[in-house]
Design a protein around this ligand. Structure first.
Ligand code: ATP
Ligand code: MG
Length: 571
């Protein structure tokens, strides 16, 4: 609770308060994980409205995921009440959609333009290239080219194909507003006047299109607050470029630069380990993370298992212990009572992984034990074959053509019916929380799904263990974190066909850093001495990233024991 007389900034420490109360002009907050960047910028917005008479309708807060937007909206509502509704809290994509809704005419778009699903884009590209496989590659290439300001021989024809059907795609949600604001100075000035206050969280991961949009909305001198941590730049594979963050001071020369060093999230050993892990490639001078809290200082546990099944068993056993050993019997008529002795519940636990294949044994083991799990990746929600199939049905557009083929491909030799059933079942589970949030409006729901990433469908209040790709875990925190597959080849991830560049390794290390710093109290890093990869059992070496942890980590090993032969089982 804020101290009396301090208003909404009372919930901040002196450094955070100073950053939050910078009166006008651009501002850069560079700070490490858990230092309260997101909290500071949220309180800054509340402070502007409540204590500086800023019109909430003039505030635009850009977040990285819809889930983050939802959390910020909730928080603002708690801090300032009703006026929070007048603020625009959005992802780049949802903001782009709003701009296009308001100004579709200036771009020659029909009023009822639709948002193309992955399947629809692919169909157009398949017609152009004559082959589904080439179309898939082309779609990736096209998207990267557009996000990074490049060109592609198919672009013009592809866009014509889309527009003929009255459609735009996800990249259009950024590319078209940029085009609009570049070519229409009146519209550009309208938005600059309307959004006099702009904040951007996770600025280290903006791509060229997002950067250009921001430059158009916020010319030098504008009230633009950028928040980020270059050491957490992990989306360059999608065209993000940390260079935009690094040149903020050049683009906005009048901006004061604030840094926060007190970490409110994690225990001491976790912070020491994380600081050591990022040290070889840190992009920040003087990267220190002081523990601010009295969180228990548990050491990081590094666990070596004989293979991926032993790894899964270890994770499940440890979760069981943390929950108080009762989780087997805790699912009672749909009500979950998984609170361990330390008050640890299912939703306090996250299992993070680098690749989808690596997390399967754990998912199977947890499910087998009857533990509730919600699994999400950073992938686009609408791109899941099951979701596509369901959406096709909902829209009566038959958007299920392609999805079925992919389901069959995914089943490759396994029982297709089972695979389809499992995929549809999990699609329904993923969509249910989103659907609940959208109330009665099917159109809003469809748009949410089209714009969302899987991580957005994560329900923070659900009584379930979260399984997340490390990318999707960005910005989140959990009392208990497991990071599985800490092995060379998985972390850093290496593709057999492509040489691993030093930049790629550096990004992998940042991803590892992001993973470590999600943990509040308990952090377990697991690796297997043998793992089956594409059906072949391979000897694995532990991740070189583990070497840096030193005495921040305790190493434990499962006594080798006879394993049941690995079984293929369907989820
Ligand atoms: P990341 O880089 O991972 O996104 P962040 O810098 O955005 O991290 P936050 O998520 O804003 O960090 O804060 C981390 C945690 O610390 C949150 O639980 C937040 O509520 C808490 N916290 C931050 N500042 C304070 C404070 N002054 N007092 C109490 N708790 C705080
Ligand atoms: Mg944050």
């Amino acid at each position: 609770a804020p101290a009396p007389g301090e208003g909404v900034l009372g919930g901040l420490d002196p450094d955070q308060r100073q950053a939050a109360s910078v009166p006008e002009g651009p501002l850069l907050i560079v700070a490490g994980p858990g230092t309260g960047k997101t909290r500071t910028v949220t309180h800054r917005l509340a402070h502007l409205v409540l204590e500086r008479d800023v019109d909430p309708a003039c505030c635009l807060a850009i977040t990285f995921t819809r889930r983050a937007a939802q959390e910020m909206t909730d928080r603002l509502h708690t801090l300032i009440g009703e006026p929070a509704r007048a603020m625009t809290v959005a992802t780049f994509h949802s903001f782009g959609l709003q701009v296009l809704r308001e100004h579709h005419q200036a771009l020659g778009l029909q009023e009822e333009f639709g948002l193309a699903e992955a399947g629809e884009s692919l169909r157009i590209l398949t017609e152009l290239t004559g082959e589904a496989r080439t179309a898939r590659t082309a779609r990736e290439e096209l998207s990267t080219a557009r996000r990074t300001g490049g060109d592609h021989p198919l672009l013009a024809d592809y866009l014509t194909g889309l527009r003929e059907q009255g459609l735009i795609d996800l990249d259009d949600l950024l590319a078209l507003p940029v085009e609009l604001l570049e070519t229409h100075s009146d519209i550009r000035e309208h938005y600059q006047r309307r959004y006099r206050w702009i904040t951007v969280d996770e600025y280290q991961d903006v791509d060229e299109l997002q950067y250009r949009l921001l430059r158009l909305l916020a010319p030098p001198g504008h009230n633009l607050t950028a928040i980020g941590d270059p050491d957490q730049a992990i989306y360059s594979f999608r065209g993000a470029d940390v260079g935009f963050f690094l040149r903020f001071e050049h683009d906005y020369p009048t901006a004061p630069v604030t840094s926060l060093t007190r970490n409110y999230r994690s225990g001491r050993h976790i912070l020491t380990g994380a600081t050591r892990a990022i040290a070889p490639t840190t992009l920040v001078t003087d990267r220190t993370l002081q523990p601010a809290s009295t969180r228990p200082a548990n050491t990081i546990v590094v666990h070596r298992a004989v293979d991926e099944h032993a790894e899964a068993a270890y994770i499940a056993r440890t979760i069981d212990q943390l929950l108080g050993g009762s989780s087997f019997h805790s699912l009672d008529s749909g009500r979950v009572t998984g609170d361990g002795p330390g008050g640890i519940g299912f939703n306090d636990i996250a299992v993070l992984y680098r690749s989808d294949a690596a997390c399967r044994p754990v998912l199977e083991e947890l499910t087998r034990r009857g533990l509730p799990v919600q699994k999400r990746s950073h992938d686009r929600l609408a791109a899941r074959p099951g979701v596509e199939l369901l959406l096709g049905e909902l829209r009566h557009t038959g958007g299920a053509g392609d999805a079925l083929t992919r389901l069959r491909a995914a089943a490759s030799g396994l029982d297709v019916t089972e695979q389809v059933r499992a995929e549809l079942h999990s699609a329904v589970e993923v969509l249910a929380p989103l659907a609940r949030r959208c109330g009665h409006d099917v159109e809003v729901f469809l748009r949410e799904v089209a714009l969302g990433a899987e991580a957005d469908a994560l329900d923070p209040r659900a009584e379930a263990i979260s399984m997340l790709s490390m990318h999707a875990a960005k910005g989140l925190e959990f009392p208990v974190v497991f990071l599985l597959g800490c092995e060379d080849g998985l972390m850093p991830l290496r593709w057999p066909s492509t040489p691993t560049t030093s930049e790629a390794i550096a990004e992998e290390r940042r991803l590892f850093f992001v993973g470590l710093t999600r943990a509040q109290d308990h952090l377990y890093l697991t690796h297997a001495a043998r793992r089956s990869v594409h059906g072949n059992a391979q000897d694995r070496r532990r991740s070189p990233f583990l070497d840096a942890l030193g005495d921040a980590a305790t190493h434990v090993e499962t006594a080798p024991r006879r394993q049941k032969p690995a079984q293929l089982s369907l989820l």
